[in-house]
Write a protein that binds this ligand. Structure first.
Ligand code: GLA
Length: 707
């Protein structure tokens, strides 16, 4: 087959050029869309490099899979061997297939006896580039794979800064920005789940990158297990980003003829700042990862029992809570942890997925009937991958738990992890879930996962995190296929399993166990960089937050929660009347605007030390909902002007303060004068709206409509 020198893919806004001249595929250009007159030859000529002192006469390419056999000296994308040999991979292209927006390049390495297939797909509408690598063992003996990354992304020198995520339980999605340096930035996650602290993604960008200015690439690996994210800046002046799974020793061995495909790498590019990167990714998530049955769905407002009852479930209180929840506008009642035998604290019960006859002598049906009479759907919490040693399941199958031979079991939340890579374990779990979903009209599962995989060994002594993640996805798919009415929420002690891999199998993400509205502003901001609002579980918590102990007003708590997939996680029966009324009003407001929130473009404004603002603008730019919060005491008397973004400059907009119902007033302010006037998008974005005096820890929601 004749291999062209270059292959080009275009989306509406982006172009990708792959250089195949030296028989190894490498990204030559990826960025905003190229004009027709800009040819790949021009780009290649302009990129000509020379021999540098004390260096090889020519440099090994930053190929889609950089190769040790080619003399690539930074991190290769692939580390394989056959009992110590065949490490020097040097593949040459055999075939290239172009199919609409996708490119499949097959290369073969004769000496290592393997085939590499790189698949690159540029989504025409969102501009998101999706990449994966498949490796096949063509030899007759075992090929051991220590690393096999998704295709490498060469970085233009200007993208010198890295913004990545850190975090912890109840404080996920905290951003951190790293200044340029030589060497490698590596985040390796061995938590066995996506993790609270090491989100499998990052943004590489120009200095001074902001929400609406600067150039950047956003990259994220769709994987819910161990991963490695790295950026390497070489002394030769080139830089590369590589993302892939992280393997335990011997974890991935391919028998003759077997193959392995990396998780998908999702990538977006923009020269207009962070917000457009999020918008591309959100568009892709909505059209490709969100299940078709959720398209356009106005997701119901939740009531979740956890912070109102914890393990202390009893029918009378549950009924009273359901009444109160429905009364303020909840549409789905989710029974959280505590409903199965011996589950009175987190010491026991995980694994025995039947209904506790003590708490529910007649099963769940009476509660579900009551919930239905209140006009709500019924959802259930479950944590299938786990087992408590104090459970019938563990007593009969101690060998089903992951463990390392000879090492004492490391407990976390008094539980162990089941080895789902054993078919009998996955089958057992499917049968338990299937029985519950068959017996009861359950439309929603909150699928939790409350510990890391510290000792991911199976009964044969192999590390199995990779297989475990695949088995979890398969189990989720099996449940979804058997019960198409059921939606699944991905939860892992809050937001420790939030990634594009699990998203392809679930319908909502529990963002964080913290319902502290102030912390939530920052957590939800980080989350929104990769995930759209309809996937972001955001609940109104108790007045005094159970996690931080901070006391926050209902207008703030509700105002923060209503910008996502809203819910309540507090004892509504115990709320003062005034608070309940405010909560009901906030839920009504959410319902009024959720069609906009669940389909519009997220627009973040750059935060200051004391302010945080963001909004959602409808696709036709005819309306928008913006949130403006004062998070700390401002240094000056009055807040600054809010310069909106994402509006159509020539449209005239009316502005209405829709939340809180009665904003605090110190003296006559802008709120008295904006009235029924209309203002161009340009005026609102370029000059901005002077904000009124607000107390710290409060917010305003502004609804803009085209006049
Ligand atoms: C995890 C979840 C919580 C709750 C508890 C129940 O911590 O993140 O929302 O469901 O488990 O045990």
């Amino acid at each position: 087959m004749k291999i062209e020198s270059f292959y080009t893919l275009h989306s509406t806004a982006a172009s990708l050029v792959v250089d195949c001249r030296s028989n190894v595929p490498a990204i030559l250009y990826w960025g905003s869309r190229l004009l027709e007159h800009t040819t790949p030859d021009m780009l290649a000529t302009l990129a000509t490099r020379q021999e540098a002192p004390a260096s090889a006469a020519s440099e090994a390419a930053i190929a889609l899979t950089p190769e040790l056999g080619a003399g690539f000296q930074a991190d290769p994308g692939l580390r394989v061997h056959r009992d110590g040999r065949a490490w020097g991979v040097f593949a040459t292209i055999e075939a290239v297939e172009v199919d609409g927006g996708s490119l499949t390049i097959r290369s073969r390495c004769e000496s290592s006896q393997l085939t590499l297939v790189h698949r690159l797909e540029l989504d025409a509408e969102s501009g998101v580039l999706v990449l994966s690598t498949t490796i096949t063992n063509n030899g007759s003996d075992v090929l051991t794979i220590d690393r096999c990354d998704a295709p490498a992304i060469p970085l233009p020198a200007e993208l010198s800064h890295i913004t990545s995520f850190s975090g912890r339980w109840a404080n996920e999605f905290q951003t951190q920005t790293i200044e340029p340096f030589y060497g490698s930035y590596v985040r390796e996650n061995l938590a066995g789940r996506t993790s609270h602290d090491t989100f499998p993604g990052l943004v590489v960008h120009t200095d001074g990158f902001k929400e609406h200015s600067g150039e950047g690439y956003a990259l994220t690996l769709g994987w819910s297990g161990n991963h490695r994210v790295s950026v390497t800046r070489m002394i030769c002046g080139r830089a590369v980003a590589q993302l892939g799974e992280a393997f335990y020793p011997g974890e991935l061995r391919l028998e003759s003829g077997e193959q392995y495909t990396t998780p998908k790498l999702f990538a977006a590019t923009s020269n207009g700042g962070m917000t457009p990167l999020s918008q591309s990714l959100h568009r892709y998530v909505r059209s490709h990862l969100t299940d078709a049955r959720m398209h356009g769905k106005l997701k119901p407002v939740h009531f979740n029992t956890w912070e109102a009852m914890y393990f202390d479930l009893d029918m009378d209180r549950l009924r009273a809570l359901a009444d109160a929840a429905a009364d303020v506008g909840a549409e789905r009642f989710v029974l959280d942890d505590g409903w199965f035998p011996r589950r009175n604290n987190d010491d026991a019960g995980l694994g025995d997925w039947t209904v506790d006859p003590n708490k529910f002598p007649d099963g769940l049906q009476p509660l579900i009937d009551h919930v239905h009479r209140c006009g709500m759907e019924f959802g259930l919490w479950i944590e299938p991958e786990m087992v408590n040693p104090d459970s019938d399941l563990y007593r009969s199958h101690p060998g089903w738990a992951l463990q390392v031979d000879g090492a004492p079991l490391r407990m976390a939340r008094n539980q162990l992890v089941l080895d789902l890579s054993r078919p009998e374990v996955s089958d057992y779990l499917f049968c338990c879930i299937d029985a519950l979903l068959t017996e009861y009209p359950i439309t929603y599962l909150k699928w939790d996962m409350n510990r890391d995989l510290h000792q991911p060994g199976n009964h044969l002594g192999h590390a199995v995190t990779h297989r475990q993640v695949r088995a979890v996805y398969a189990l989720m798919q099996r449940v979804r296929q058997a019960h198409t009415q059921v939606e699944i929420e991905s939860c892992a002690s809050g937001g420790a399993r939030a990634d594009y891999g699990v998203l392809a199998n679930t319908d909502r993400i529990w963002t964080s166990d913290s319902n502290d509205a102030l912390d939530r502003l920052r957590i939800q901001r980080g989350f929104s960089m990769f995930f759209p609002p309809e996937l972001m579980g955001s609940h109104v918590g108790p007045r005094e937050c159970h996690i931080t102990g901070r006391t926050l007003s209902m207008p703030l708590r509700a105002g923060v929660a209503l910008m996502g997939d809203m819910g309540i996680e507090a004892d509504v029966t115990d709320m003062p009347h005034a608070e309940r009324t405010e909560l009901a009003a906030a839920i009504a407001l959410h319902k009024q605007h959720r069609a906009l929130l669940f389909s519009g473009d997220v627009v973040r404004l750059d935060p200051t030390r004391y302010e945080m603002a963001h909004g959602v603008v409808s696709q036709d730019q005819d309306q928008a909902l913006f949130s403006y919060a004062i998070i700390a005491t401002p240094p000056h008397n009055l807040p600054s002007r809010l310069r909106f973004a994402g509006l159509e400059p020539t449209n005239q907009y009316r502005i209405e303060v829709v939340w809180p119902e009665s904003p605090w007033r110190y003296s006559p302010s802008i709120l008295e004068v904006i009235g029924s006037g209309a203002y161009t998008g340009q005026a609102l974005m370029q000059a901005g709206l002077q904000m009124p005096l607000l107390k710290p820890e409060s917010l305003l929601l502004l609804h803009l409509t085209r006049a």
